[in-house]
Design a binder for this molecule. Sequence first.
Ligand code: TYD
Length: 140
Amino acid sequence: MNNSFSVFDCKIVKLPIVHENKGNITVLENSINTPFDTKRIYYLYDIPMDSTRGGHAHYKLEQFIIAASGSFIFTLDDGSQRRDFFLNHPDKALHIKPGIWREMREFSSGSVCLVLASKEYTESDYIRDYNDFLKFRNGK
Ligand code: TYD
């Protein structure tokens, strides 16, 4: 469990691009250019444009978020400060540290949100109530 990271520890990372006339490739490899060893990959798609997702934090999980297609906004919150991150190109990733509340919105039509996660899915790693999140952040 970690309640000490701030929204300023969460950063947009520029990803490498293999440029070719026939199109680009971005390669992510554990221990080379990902911030953690990936245990799970999932992606959000067919997202209604008025959808808001997220509304939770994780005790331990770290994530690396990529707009594989289209664009969307992630709002991160560490209990005292908030930051908005606009993701709109697959050559960038947002690294979310543990213990950070997130909300996602303004998904463009056809957008795909690709997520690399540092751990397997465990519901007990979620904090889904905002008041519980504030208590966690305040060490209670
Ligand atoms: P959730 O993480 O709450 O979605 P989001 O943050 O994108 O709004 O997950 C939505 C549902 O999907 C929830 O019922 C749990 C399930 N789920 C899994 O079963 N496995 C997974 O790896 C993930 C990410 C979610």
